[in-house]
Write a protein that binds this ligand. Structure first.
Ligand code: COA
Length: 158
């Protein structure tokens, strides 16, 4: 492994993806299949971590996800992701999922998910990631909460 890369502010990793839901994304009730949303969440989280680390990443853990509102086909799904924790080789992303009716402009947050990734080098071995740092009080709070989540995951892993 090489020396530690330089720290980066949380804002560097921030990304936003938007996708229109289509009939092929529906479950039997006509709402969007939860598994499809989970796939998009994983992609958004991975992109934020790649943007932060400038490495390929693999998903190691996904915290529990609860959906507070159904998403309908024809809704726009918006995923906002950012890096909230960095360890040595591990990175956490927070992903917020927002559904929007593009005809009325009505928006609602359906869930927030936390995912843990590991950065890999060109030989697919875990590699050091730049430490993330906060520039606002809100970001400081997010980083402190993310540290606690990672401690909990590591305890559960044992
Ligand atoms: C990711 C992977 C390469 C890590 O290899 P490993 O030998 O477990 O490496 P380590 O034990 O050193 O873990 C690497 C980092 O992940 C963290 N980690 C590993 N498992 C974890 C878990 N369940 N929860 C939280 N953190 C975890 C470690 O604490 C370590 O963090 P640090 O470097 O920041 O201190 C390996 O587990 C792997 O290939 N997993 C499959 C990933 C994958 O294919 N995902 C897609 C699923 S289809």
């Amino acid at each position: 492994m090489t020396d530690s890369p330089s720290p980066k502010p949380m804002r560097v990793s921030r990304i936003s993806l938007a996708q229109m839901m289509q009939p092929e994304h529906a479950n039997n009730l006509g709402n969007v299949h939860g598994g499809w949303i989970m796939k998009l969440v994983d992609e958004a989280g991975a992109l934020a971590c790649m943007r932060h680390s400038q490495c390929r990443v693999v998903t190691v853990a996904i915290d529990s996800m609860s959906f507070r509102h159904p998403i309908k086909t024809s809704d726009l799904v918006i995923l906002n992701a950012e890096v909230t924790y960095t360890g040595n080789t591990s990175i956490e992303a927070e992903v917020q999922v927002i559904a929007e009716n593009p005809l009325t402009g009505q928006r609602w947050q359906t869930n927030t998910a936390y995912l843990l990734y590991v950065a890999l080098d060109d030989h697919a071995k875990p590699t050091k990631v730049p430490p993330v740092f906060a520039e606002t009080i809100e970001e400081e709070r997010k980083i402190a909460e993310a540290k606690e989540r990672q401690q909990r995951r590591l305890k559960e892993r044992k």
